[in-house]
Design a protein around this ligand. Sequence first.
Ligand SMILES: Cc1ncc(COP(=O)(O)O)c(C=O)c1O
Length: 381
Amino acid sequence: MKLFDVYPFYDVEPVNAYDCIVVDKNGIEYLDLYGGHAVISIGHSHPHYIKKLKEQAEKIGFYSNAVQNGLQSKLADKLGKLSGYEDYQLFLCNSGAEANENALKLASFYTEKSRVVAFKNGFHGRTSAAVAATDNPKINAPLNNQQDVTFLPLNQIELVKTELEKGDVCAVIIEPIQGVGGLDEGTTEFFTTLEILCHEFGVVLILDEVQSGYGRTGKFFAHQHHGITPDIISIAKGMGNGFPVGGILIAPHIEPSYGMLGTTFGGNHLACAAALAVLEVIEAENLIDNAGLTGEYFLSKASSLEGVQKVKGKGLMLGVEFDFEVSELRKKLIYDQHIFTGGAMNKKLLRILPPLTVGKKEIDQFIEAVQSVLIQEKVGL
Ligand SMILES: Cc1ncc(COP(=O)(O)O)c(C=O)c1O
């Protein structure tokens, strides 16, 4: 059987990894400044994470949500404490799209309405309502067009007000910093007014922290830079450090009922063990502070690189915008300099999403590598 060919991948096959390093099948080491789409939070193959997963696998890996699983409550407690959302409720699932799917569905149950307001260049996943709320017609099939979604530009609060006033909106869904779209973000004034308007019109405010959450921006959640309190927060990527796990944090005023949401695999024992180990390492190694500090160091260094127009983002969720398209630069960084970076919808933007353990040494290595590629281009090598 052939694989369904949907990924235009690079010709590299990682077989091993540790911390910020990925090793390919030929033994070549690569600096991972992409974390496999912002997934690696505590570093590849962290010893504590491996130990906890092994211990759990030897006990019980899975049983369904028809029976009790104390690890889920343990995870909810720890997550509540570290994120500052102790009074929220946790529903566990398996991916970012699924988290947003459940968030939107819950908002619709709660308000008994169905229209969604989302933002231009936003990305929320590839399934049903999540992809319909994603501003990219290429990944929406005719089936997905059944959803009623209105896309608005960021930072134009009057346009949001006009839509919410119509009275048929169940949810506003927004990334605190756009990932796939290219690191654009709302201002604090925009976010605080958005929260006020959602309260005023009884609309559920969903913050998609699938990429920006878990300390990546220097706070547990990126929306905490703006001092807002969403009704639902969706999480995934960094939560499991590679183990597929996602979830939503739900405000206390949204009450559950049996059967409202559900999943076979969500919150299984192995996923909980992985997610707990991640939180333990984030706390013990002060990785949120490290993300903030290393991010500042990156900003100070990358802004002076030749051809750089702007460095966007916060902490270790960063985008370097050049005055040229970066696809060739990315190829040279991988094949010649052995550094993984990411691209975005904005073709001139290089995305940097490393493990939160990354330090100044790795940032210096990246800066020198980009300088070397740019010099070679100039002299025509
Ligand atoms: C902000 C955001 N939301 C949702 C998703 C979808 O997550 P997943 O690929 O785990 O379904 C992504 C993935 O890139 C994302 O960046």
